[in-house]
Each structure stands twice: as C-alpha cells, then as structure tokens.
Ligand binder design. Structure first.
Ligand code: FES
Ligand code: FE
Length: 475
C-alpha cells in the first residue's frame, strides 16, 4: 500500500490533498484503522422502547440487530448466524422474542442466546458434540449509551464513551435532553448520495461560510426570520471533546425571550430551565447563542434550526435532526436522517416541528438538495489525476504564520466549554481531520477470532474420515 504519511502531514497543516475525498486506498485505511475502533452511533433507545423491539443497523459492511431483550437490556448482536453465516434477521425493524435463521433454522433469543438447533442430537451429537449453552450471536465488542443515544465500537478496549464524548456532552444535551425524559426519534429516512462521507461531517461541524452562497435562495424566499444569510458570521463555532458545531447569535433579551425567539413554547422553556445546568442556560440567556449544526467525530451530525412553518406568518418553529454519514465506498454515502423531538412536547408541537424538519432537512429538504449538489460534485472532481496534485486550502481562521485571525472567546464572553470563536473559520473541520489523521497513522491489532460451540484446543482435526486428536490435545 502507498505510504500516506505526507497526506497526513499536509492535513495537520490545514492543507487537504484533494484526493482524500475519493480514494480507494484511503477508504480501505479508514475501514481498517478508523471505523474499526471509533465509537459509532447506531440507534436511540426510543426506537426500541419495549422488550422485543429491534432495529437492524449497519456499521460499514457489518449488520447488527439492536434489540431490547426480555429484561429490558439493550443489545447489539452481529446479524450473522453462528452456523454457516446467514443473516439471521432480514427485517429492518420489528418486535420479536426470537430470531430464527432462514437457512437451517437455528434460533436465538432476543438477547442473542441460541435456543433452538434442529436435529441437535442427530446432526451434532447433542450437547456433547456441540454445546449450545453459553453460545450467543456475537455481541458488538463495546456498547454504551448517552442520553439514550446508543453507540457501539468494534474495539473491545474502546475508551469509555463518556470520556470519548468529553465536553461535547455539554452541547449534546441541547439536542437530546430538553426535558427529563429526553427525546424520541422518527425515521430514519435513508438515501444514498454519490459523495464521500467526510464532506457531510465536516460541513455540519463548522461550515457557516457556505450558507450565504449555497443557501441564498432558501433565505431569499423568506423561510427564515433573519433576512440575511450572512448572519451566520455573528455566531460562534465551538470544538469540545470529540465534537464541534456552530451557533446563531440571538437578539438581546432574557433567557425566556431568546428561547421564544427560536420558537419554543413556554411549557418547553420551563422544562429546559429545570433540565439544563446554569452554564448551559447562560450560553443562551447571558451570552446569546443558540446551537445550530454540529458533528461528533467521525460521522454523526446534528441540526437545530427554526424556519417559518406557515407561509405568510412570522412564527418560527424549531426542529432537531440527528444524522449518520454511513460510508458505502470512497465515493458513496448512505445518509440516515432522524427527526428528534422532546418526548414531553405537545402533539401539536411535534407535528409542526416534524414539518419544519421535512421542509429543510428530510430527503427532499431544501437545504439537503443545495448541499448535496456541492458534495457530489466535489467527490467526482476528487477522483481525477489533477486532484492528486492539488492541496486544498482548509486554513480559514489562520494567518499564513499560523496565528489566529480571531482569538478564542474568553470565559467572560462565552460560558460553554471548548474552544470558541465568533465568525467564519475552519477550526472544526480541521479538528475532525486531525482526529482522522491520528487514526489513519496508527496500525490496528488483528481482532481475536471467536470459536463457536467448540473448544479449539479439544477439537479434533478435520480431514480424512476419522478425526485425529489435535495437536496439544490431552487425548
Ligand atoms: Fe443459520 Fe445454518 S446458516 S442455521
Ligand atoms: Fe448546508
């Protein structure tokens, strides 16, 4: 394989070799060294509220059944039969106490344990030949949740999820904890775009700079209360823990005034005041910033926005979307986009917020369409030979000597954690790519293989007719 050290070196200086957005070898490296050990979002607990509920989600080529077992525990089970590898669950979501493999009929409880094995005695010699006890569909090596968001990692030694999230948790709460009961999700809508997965993650992490250009028409038709797309430059970008995002500057007023300006009804504001820490409330009420888009490394993003939902009315209404940029290849991404809303919001609010989401960021949303055209075009252009000669300029916010154009905000100016600046910059996109480079340069250990139903030391050698004792066996 090509030596990619110069690519990683360039990225660390904010210069981006253009081909990283459409390069087969780089994608192989991402699979081997990044997606094999990072924490990855797969589902939200509200998608599997009751015992037996499940959804099937993928991490690259690996399919997982995310189920809630009879005891109420969340499981992430590798969706591959222990016998000869058939996909055990073929539906996308449902409720089941058991999963039966369509190939030869082995069956598993919704916690993964084998329960049924047709002709166990005749075909395998019963428990003596193949111990069912203790055999389960392979669990994801690591699983953890935060605010109901379910993450898995292919690394059994992954750092604790809370450590990985770090100070990004502070910002996650605005999207996922507006009341004690958290959010519920609708979706996901799924579609594929012929674009590299990194572009969406970078865009949502910090690209306030594209709004005035790419989304001019959406602002011009009056979808937003702010008449100018340039208003984005008055907001901040923040980077905290392993995630970062952007905020909007709100007009002067009290905390309540500012939350009302975004469109939250008073009953929801009351719950936010109970739920959020003083520091979280201060970012909005004292400093006057409201979170907008964000990304969590490597490929999860969030949106919070407040368009006008009724034509001719001055009322706006907020919506939240959670999304995954699921890589299919170096030039194709499956987008999974969920609508998220406070569980305790009124039905009327939920319906209108869902409408706001669909208008802006559903599969046919106006922003979505604007954005994707850029990303597809960029990906296509990155495939050619000229792209291999081009270092893109990803240094916005830095002077040539590496000094900042604008210094980070002080604790007086901004109450939230992380590194925060007003105005356009690409600090967040660089933070994502720095982490990407850190993974890509670190080799991975080969994962341990798991043997199913047999003790590899005791197992007889296979071959000829009669099994001979295996080397190392006591027999
Ligand atoms: Fe599943 Fe044989 S492959 S039962
Ligand atoms: Fe956009």
């Amino acid at each position: 394989m090509t030596d990619h050290s110069s690519v990683l070196q360039d990225v660390r200086q904010g210069m981006i070799p253009a081909h990283i957005y459409n390069d087969k070898e780089i994608f192989e490296l991402e699979k081997e060294r990044l997606f094999s050990r990072s924490w990855l979002f797969v589902a939200h607990e509200s998608e599997v509220p009751d015992a037996g509920d499940y959804v099937v989600r993928r991490v690259l080529e690996d399919s997982f059944i995310i189920s809630r077992d009879e005891k109420g525990e969340i499981r992430a089970l590798f969706n591959m039969c222990l016998h000869r590898g058939m996909q055990v669950c073929r539906a996308e979501m449902g409720n089941a106490s058991h999963f039966r493999c369509p190939y030869h009929g082995w069956s598993y409880r919704n916690d993964g344990r084998i329960v049924g094995l047709p002709f166990h005695k005749e075909a395998f010699g019963g428990e003596e030949g193949f111990r069912k006890k203790g055999q389960t569909l392979l669990p994801a090596p690591s699983l953890a949740t935060y605010n109901g968001l379910i993450f898995i990692s292919m690394d059994p030694d992954a750092e604790p999820l809370e450590d990985f999230l770090g100070d990004f948790k502070f910002y996650l709460d605005y999207y996922t904890k507006q009341s004690a009961d958290g959010i519920e999700l609708r979706g996901p809508q799924r579609w594929r775009v012929k674009a590299n997965w990194k572009i969406g993650a970078e865009n949502f992490a910090g690209d306030m700079y594209h709004t005035p250009q790419t989304h001019t028409s959406v602002v011009e038709i009056g979808l937003f209360r702010e008449p100018k797309a340039e208003k984005r430059k008055d907001g901040t970008t923040y980077w905290a823990g392993n995630g970062g995002g952007t905020t909007y500057k709100l007009p002067e007023g009290s905390l309540e005034d500012r939350l009302r300006y975004v469109g939250y009804p008073d009953e929801m504001i009351g719950r936010m005041k109970e739920q959020w820490t003083q520091q979280q409330l201060d970012v909005v009420g004292k400093d006057g910033f409201m979170v907008s888009a964000a990304s969590l490394f490597p490929n999860m993003s969030f949106v919070h926005n407040w368009p006008r939902v009724e034509e001719g009315s001055d009322e706006v209404l907020p919506f939240i979307s959670i999304r995954m940029w699921q890589p299919i290849s170096e030039n194709e991404t499956e987008v999974l986009s969920w609508f998220a809303v406070d569980k305790n919001a009124s039905e009327e609010y939920k319906a209108l917020s869902y409408k706001a989401y669909l208008m802006c960021f559903g599969s046919g949303g106006m922003f979505e369409q604007d954005d994707v055209e850029n990303w597809v075009s960029l990906t296509n252009t990155a495939a050619g030979s000229m792209a291999r000669r081009l270092l893109l300029n990803g240094r916005m916010g830095l002077l040539e000597d590496g000094q900042n154009v604008v210094e980070p905000l002080t604790a007086e100016e901004y109450s939230g954690p992380g590194s925060t600046r007003i105005g356009y910059s690409e600090y967040n996109q660089r933070e994502l790519l720095f982490r990407w480079a850190d993974h890509l340069e670190r080799p991975v250990q080969a994962a341990a293989q798991l043997h199913v139903g047999i003790d590899p030391v005791q197992a007889g050698a296979v071959g000829g007719g009669d099994a001979a004792p295996a080397a190392g066996s006591a027999a």
